[in-house]
Design a protein around this ligand. Sequence first.
Ligand SMILES: Nc1ncnc2c1ncn2[C@@H]1O[C@H](COP(=O)(O)OP(=O)(O)OP(=O)(O)O)[C@@H](O)[C@H]1O
Ligand SMILES: [Mg+2]
Length: 270
Amino acid sequence: VIVALVSRKGGVGKTTTAVSLASVLAGRGRRVLLVDLDSQCSASFSLGVGRRELAPSSADLVLRGASAPALIRSTRVTNLDLITSSVDLMAADVELVRRSGFTLRLRDALDAVRERYDFIFLDCAPSLSVVPQSALVASDAFLVPVVPQFLAVEGVQNLLDAVERLAFRAGGHAPEPLGLVMTMVDYRNRATRENVDLVRRTFGSLVFAVEIRVNVRLAEAPGAGQPIVDYDPGSTGARAYGLLAEELLSRVAFPSAQGHAAPAALVSGA
Ligand SMILES: Nc1ncnc2c1ncn2[C@@H]1O[C@H](COP(=O)(O)OP(=O)(O)OP(=O)(O)O)[C@@H](O)[C@H]1O
Ligand SMILES: [Mg+2]
């Protein structure tokens, strides 16, 4: 299953969720590939890759047509492979729009390796520019991290609408919304309960039951170059992402049990 982490809003936990879920699932014996598609390279750094070790990267794939196998590297986490990103990817938004067929390049490249993995996560930059668009076109499903703040509902609705329009333009290929994940939930903030309830009322079963609370250890782990499950396995953050991974597995295996339509691509790919 290929899953893109997307949102137009920055700093909502896309990278943390991608790295944490990828590591938890790898720890449970799934074969996982994480593709860093953000020129900030946060996912690569979070897994301990140094600044001078970023090349070759997803920029070679997206901009220069390199094949995915040439870019895949193993990580310190067993069963977890990585394609790094690089600052070159910043050029992609300008470069790619001039070329025809650019949205399909990533999809074709990943199609060549998808059989090797149970899960491929695509960590995107906070926008719906051409690279995240390519990621959505390459995906079976997408996950949207949501911080329960003022206007969170509007932001998510805009994103879901935009993905639908994009799918229409891309010739009908529509990644399924796998779900919304509430992140950085902080009930010390009095508005949080109200915002969480509003998101749940509006989007119903699309919202994962598991919530990721604010946890300092989650903020520290990237600096140590380790996923949370290795950095501090007993932390509330590690446990929350463990539960989220379980819920994700149940959604992928039995999507209809969650009350939303069963995407065929997900059922077979589990
Ligand atoms: N549950 C959490 N509790 C505390 N800090 C968190 C939590 N989740 C993420 N963070 C921290 O918040 C910051 C933003 O998170 P992250 O990088 O995952 O967001 P993002 O959506 O990928 O951001 P960007 O849009 O810039 O790519 C990071 O410093 C991260 O370590
Ligand atoms: Mg990020």
